[in-house]
Ligand binder design. Structure first.
Ligand code: GDP
Ligand code: IMO
Ligand code: MG
Length: 429
């Protein structure tokens, strides 16, 4: 397979991991390039269900190499617990799972800072996952972060940890009126133990990727979150703290854009969002409840109920552009089986003016009225369909209309269930 980036086109949880797992069979190396343990990526394969937060979703295939790139904020405890869980299920990761020595560490004080910062905001909370993501990226930008490579140098680790604990204590007390009950010796000792366990995984992963390129191996880049959680292109400030768009795959892993062949956008055939922020097509009624129940829309990281709404083509058109998508992969079409009619948002009205474009101005976004087109539902189980032509005519019409509204770019995959087998491949690379 060529080199492919996979990203979410909405607010995350589009089913990226299912598609990554499906495409992994034909790739050699699977790379996470941004985000951290805020991601919850569910893979169901051969009666095993895993929710990965740190380990790339390609790990289920025993002969694939998985890499956590430099752009990720790395939660070592979470990573090691996933490795243990994999071992318990006889999935060996030795010599095929690596973490960039340049990835920044999410430390215990980042999680405390994340919670304190949210609490401080009272009525304007982002609704973060409290996994310490924002504070870890902030320290990276401020150039005070600890990196995975620092784990292997005890003196540097001690000095940086001490300085950061002092700084965070002052920050938490003075800015948020919170306390930091972390003792240097305890944190240091626990990270020395973590360092020993991490040693086999730490590598110069950018160099490894270039060796793969020379060996003509193919790379699959696994995005986390979604386009509208991107710190630049998303619904700021209700976003995460990294660039989630396809462009981030290059800087978050250390390869150049000329090496990318295709970019696939994962599109849930309705819309969900966890956390706060604008959501033009949100359904606050029984239909929203029905979709949540049918789609099991509860956060894979925090368990929070996901907000649900109609498919919004205005958003996905923007996602096609900012990611340079070459293909779409449609997921969870089966969830819509339960509906008599299915609506698609075709455009917005803002102050009585029609627009087909997602507003870059957050104030305008607050004034959006979504305009819908209604299509008949199909009310039929589609989860066993093996070809698009086996689907009910109304389901095919829905898929075709959705594609038309998204600049007619090719659909690579249609997914109608969480299992690997519940996948129809429409195009091949
Ligand atoms: P990700 O963060 O984008 O990888 O997605 P999550 O794992 O957070 O959430 C997607 C959920 O939908 C998971 O529970 C998947 O097992 C499930 N899923 C993925 N594709 C499909 C599908 O086509 N149909 C159904 N019913 N479930 C799906
Ligand atoms: P995957 O990869 C859905 C949301 C949080 C919150 C905002 C900021 O599984 O699609 P953060 O903890 O990142 O500072 O929270 O972003 N968020 C996600 N929502 N899926 C995710 O990841 C998310 N990662 C973060 O709910 O609104
Ligand atoms: Mg998820």
């Amino acid at each position: 397979m060529p080199n492919v980036i996979v990203v979410g086109t909405q607010w995350g949880d589009e089913g990226k991991a299912k598609v990554i797992d499906y495409l992994t069979e034909r790739s050699h190396v699977i790379v996470r390039f941004q985000g951290g343990a805020n991601a919850g990526h569910t893979v169901i394969a051969k009666d095993n269900k895993f929710v990965f937060h740190m380990v790339p979703s390609g790990i289920m295939y025993p002969d694939k190499t998985c890499i956590v790139g430099n752009g990720v904020v790395f939660d070592a405890e979470q990573f090691l617990s996933e490795v243990n869980e994999l071992r318990d299920k006889s999935i060996e990761v030795k010599d095929r799972l690596f973490v960039s020595d340049q990835a920044h560490l999410v430390m215990p004080y980042h999680k405390i800072q994340d919670s304190a910062s949210e609490k401080y905001k009272e009525n304007s909370q982002i609704g973060t996952t409290k996994r310490g993501i924002g504070p870890a990226y902030a320290d990276k930008a401020q150039r005070i972060g600890l990196r995975v490579g620092d784990l292997l140098n005890t003196d540097a680790l001690a000095a940086k940890l001490k300085a950061n604990l002092d700084l965070k204590k002052t920050l938490l007390e003075n800015s948020y009126g919170a306390s930091l009950n972390l003792k240097f010796k305890e944190v240091f000792d626990s990270y020395c133990a973590i360092a020993e366990m991490m040693r086999p995984y730490v590598a110069d992963t950018a160099r490894m990727l270039h060796e793969s390129i020379r060996a003509k191996e193919s790379m699959l880049f696994e995005g986390a979150q979604g386009t509208f959680l991107d710190i630049d292109h998303g619904t700021y400030p209700f976003v995460t703290s990294s660039n989630t768009v396809a462009g981030a795959a290059c800087c978050g892993s250390g390869i150049g854009p000329t090496l990318i062949d295709y970019t696939v956008g994962i599109v849930k055939t309705y819309t969900t969002r966890v956390g706060n922020g604008p959501f033009p097509t949100e359904l606050l009624d029984d239909t929203g409840e029905l979709i949540r129940a049918q789609g099991q829309e509860f956060g894979a990281t925090t368990g929070r109920p996901r907000r649900c709404g109609w498919f919004d083509s205005v958003m996905v058109r923007k996602a096609v552009q900012v990611n340079g998508l070459t293909h779409l992969a449609l997921t969870k079409v089966d969830v819509l089986n339960c509906l008599e009619e299915v609506k698609i948002c075709t455009h917005y009205e803002i102050d009585d003016e029609k627009t087909e474009h997602f507003p870059s101005n957050p104030n305008a976004l607050e004034r959006v009225t979504p305009v819908y087109e209604s299509l008949p539902g199909w009310k039929e189980d589609i989860s066993e369909c093996k070809k698009l032509s086996e689907m009910p005519a109304n389901a095919i019409k829905y898929i075709e209309r959705l594609r038309e509204l998204c600049y007619n770019i090719p659909i690579l995959i249609v997914s109608m269930g969480p299992e690997r087998t519940q996948t129809i491949e429409i195009e091949t690379f």
